[in-house]
Structure formats: structure tokens, C-alpha cells
Ligand binder design. Sequence first.
Ligand SMILES: [Zn+2]
Ligand SMILES: [Zn+2]
Length: 231
Amino acid sequence: CDACRGTGASQGHIRTCPECGGSGRVAYSQTTWGGFVHTVTTCPVCEGTGRATDDLCSRCGGAGRREGVQKLTVEIPAGVEDGMELRVPRRGNAGRFGGPAGDLYLRIRIAPHPKFQRRGRDLYTEVTISFPQAALGDVIEVPTLDGDAELLIPPGTQPNEVLRIPRKGMPDLNGRRRGDLYVTVKVSVPKQLTAQQRRLLAELAQAMNVSPKGTDKSFLDKVKEMLHQRK
Ligand SMILES: [Zn+2]
Ligand SMILES: [Zn+2]
């Protein structure tokens, strides 16, 4: 409570509790059938605080602290993981009568990323390349946490092949080696071809000793007919 600076008294006048003499504890002696029993309990007048005042703070009712909400800026260490607890010292509830505050514990939840999946220190992502790039090889740019990085596509790369970029994953919380970035390579097949591309692919098919029916001019008519019959 900032009105009484945590003392609980509006003018800050605090006396020693007359009941317990400031110790917060009182002793009772009782005679029972078994004999003489000596007990020490919390002082009922000051509730164990050892304090008394005649001018209770009107803002906090004498408690010395009030409920409130504060906004804090908290530093998140690099490499923190989902479900981890972060301790912010002395940012919990205020102590009694100006005593030290407790700690604030934050449970970290990691939001999903649109491009990267995380498994431990490693990250996973996907890129799509054309089949000439996959067949001939290329150097492409892939997104990483630190901006684009070059990735070598070796000649003859197969669909769904996984390539690794070392040390482009997550930083390690304890300062050990950074994780890797694994890139799954998707190979796209063109949905539409120009006349020139169609001619070159037919030539390629011939050179590869395959004769797909798609090179036949009447093929598209046949496809339409088959789709029609299926209805
Ligand atoms: Zn007392
Ligand atoms: Zn107060």
C-alpha cells in the first residue's frame, strides 16, 4: 500500500502490541486432569504481527498492502521451451507490513510458427522447387530465423528428401550448440504447360525411353470423355 508505505497505519504510528509485548505469541497455562499444561499460541489481538495502531490506514484497512495489477517487462531467455516456468524475483505479492515481496512465476507457452516446427533444438520447414531444379541441382534461398540462407539442392534430389542446414535451429538455453534446420524438399509438377514446354517434355520423354499417352494429341479428348462417363 503506497498510502501508508506498507505500515498499515495512516500516519505511520505503530505501537507494540500490548497483549503480547511485540512477540506475536502468547503463553497460556491450564490445569487439566492430567496436570499442568503450558501452551504457546499466536497472539489473538495482533494476529501474530506484534503490532498495534490507533489510526488504521483507510486505503488498505491496516493490512499494509492492497490488491492491484501491474504491467511488467520481462526478459525471455533465448531457447526457452513450452511449459517452462520463469521466476521473476520480488514481483509476486507484497510482503506483510512492507516486508519483502514474493516471487512471480510465469508459465511459458510457445505459439506455433507459420513457417517452422520445433522439435527440441531443431527446426523443420518445407520448400517447393520445380522438377528441373531437383533433377539438375540448384542453390536456393530458404527462410531461417536469421533471415534467408542459401541451400544447396544436389542434382537428382528426390521429392520429400530432407536437407539439413547446420546451426540454423533454436539457440540452446544453456549456451550449448545451436540446433539445426531441416528442410523437406517438395517437388512441384506444372499444372499448365505452354506449347513449347509440352514439346520439350515430349522430347525429353522420348530421350528417356518413356512414351506417356499424354504426348498423344488425342489424349486430352480421351480424358474429357472418361471424366464424362464417370458422372
Ligand atoms: Zn499481540
Ligand atoms: Zn495502507
